[in-house]
Design a protein around this ligand. Sequence first.
Ligand SMILES: [Zn+2]
Length: 195
Amino acid sequence: MNTQTHVLLAAAILAKPGEPARNTAVIAGALVPDLAIYTLFVWSKFAGVPERTVWSELYFQPPWSDAVTVGNSAPLYVLVLLIGLVASRWLRPAALLTFFALAALIHLATDLPVHVNDAHAHFWPFSDWRFRSPVSYWNPSHNGNLFALVEIGIGILLSFILWRRFHALWVRALLVLAVIAYLGPPLYFGVIAQL
Ligand SMILES: [Zn+2]
């Protein structure tokens, strides 16, 4: 799924008003599997590499493919989760590791059913097996258009849940921006651009 949906989902499941450290750990955990992709994107802009080369070649080659694999490794986050669970018995802030790992695992669990050719080796380092789903979250040749609609629905529902839970103005402003980000492009290209 798209990064913003991962963040909203992890926040809806794990975030709590008045717990900024926990919520930061949740957001970081939801973001970290996509970190390599954003680093590649930013680097390619500075290096002047054309977008087509980035997503059809570099993304599938080391070192970028390795960084993506490490960031999407479920065993790695399970390890962090266990360390967090054990260490937090003596050191309370270690519970942040638990929230970080849980958010990352939620990210992986929701990416698994919606990746086809870009499927991740979620069980690395134990296995390089990749689940190639019939559904892609973006590719129209693999039901991507239909899933995009489903993801918009999920994103708006999660924004609504978080809106009810969080009353801080800046959180609500971000949620409004998220809804605009979901609805803006389809409204523009589907309705306004057709007029
Ligand atoms: Zn992802």
